[in-house]
Design a protein around this ligand. Structure first.
Ligand SMILES: C[S@@+](CC[C@H](N)C(=O)[O-])C[C@H]1O[C@@H](n2cnc3c(N)ncnc32)[C@H](O)[C@@H]1O
Length: 279
């Protein structure tokens, strides 16, 4: 009898653990590849599941971002963990946005969904298949760097924040989300209290940190890197000109037919359906 009870309890605990590890935290504690694999599985249904409202994204994301970048001609924006391209699309759909957006993600299938929606904006975006833990760009490349609803899935959110600040230009804008409420509490080390996040951002040189209303389970945080913003962004450059070779660190890369090549170490990075492979 006791044996059956113990077996039942163990079964329940295992079920609860698997639900937490695979459904609630989406594999976040099982490594970056596991997370990307879960998004590859759901990529086609992602937009239907999320039911984003483009008007909300225009009002809460694109509008404020354009205002924050109003003094920069041709801004270059990086969207880390871009998924199906929600932020790039919100920006590219605005006639007043005259820059370029780079969307980076570790799920190739999410990027293919993004590309399908962004074709009308060809030439004004690039997509990159890559882990956000090591961003393949030289220091101070972007006028704005964003990461929405994704930091908590990274092996080390602090490491990704460091990288985001590194590639941000002085005076540049950062937009991130932080998981909150009971879902945030179930993700220790991946989601933070407002005080913890303020302190983390302060330590890596971010100022003017502002928490804005977003969703029941997410705060939206805006911040600026210290320094004076540059008036001319790199939004007119080709993707090869802003990439740094992940293998040897050389920048820029050369655009050849069907791939990007590193003139220093010879490594090549193929283009497949507009997506640069650097994973
Ligand atoms: C909830 S989705 C958010 C997508 C998009 N930012 C949005 O707001 O719709 C999380 C995304 O993070 C990506 N992701 C998770 N871990 C990653 C990593 N280590 N590097 C790059 N992307 C990652 C997933 O592939 C997925 O597309």
């Amino acid at each position: 009898m006791w044996l059956w009870l113990l077996a039942g309890l163990a079964f329940l605990l295992l079920g609860a653990f698997l639900y937490w590890a695979l459904i609630i935290t989406e594999g976040a504690y099982l490594g970056a590849r596991t997370v990307a694999w879960t998004y590859d599985l759901t990529a086609r249904r992602y937009d239907d599941i999320k039911q984003f409202n483009p008007q909300d994204d225009a009002w809460l994301l694109a509008g404020p971002l354009l205002r924050a970048l109003r003094d920069v001609d041709c801004p270059l924006v990086l969207d880390v963990a871009t998924g199906t391209g929600r932020l790039p699309l919100a920006l590219l759909d605005r006639p007043s946005f005259r820059g370029t957006v780079i969307g980076l993600d570790l799920s190739r299938k999410m990027l293919h969904q993004a590309r399908g929606k962004m074709l009308a904006h060809a030439g004004r975006y690039a997509l990159l298949w890559r882990d956000a833990q090591h961003l393949p760009f030289p220091d101070g490349t972007f006028d704005a760097v964003c990461c929405l609803e994704a930091l908590e899935f990274m092996p080390s959110p602090g490491r990704v924040l460091d990288e985001m600040v590194r590639v941000l230009r002085p005076g540049g804008v950062m937009v991130i989300t932080n998981r909150i409420n009971w879902e945030g509490k179930l993700m220790p080390g991946k989601a933070f209290t407002a005080d913890q996040l303020r302190a983390m951002l302060g330590e890596i040189g971010m100022a003017q940190v502002e928490f804005r209303p977003w969703q029941v389970y997410y705060d939206l945080i805006w911040a600026r890197r210290g320094g004076v913003p540059s008036r001319l962004g790199y939004g007119t450059r080709e993707v090869g000109e802003i990439l740094r070779c992940p293998r040897c660190g050389h920048a820029p890369l050369e655009e050849r037919s069907g791939h990007l090549g590193c003139p220093a170490c010879g490594q090549t990075y193929p283009f497949e359906r507009d997506v640069v492979h650097m994973a």
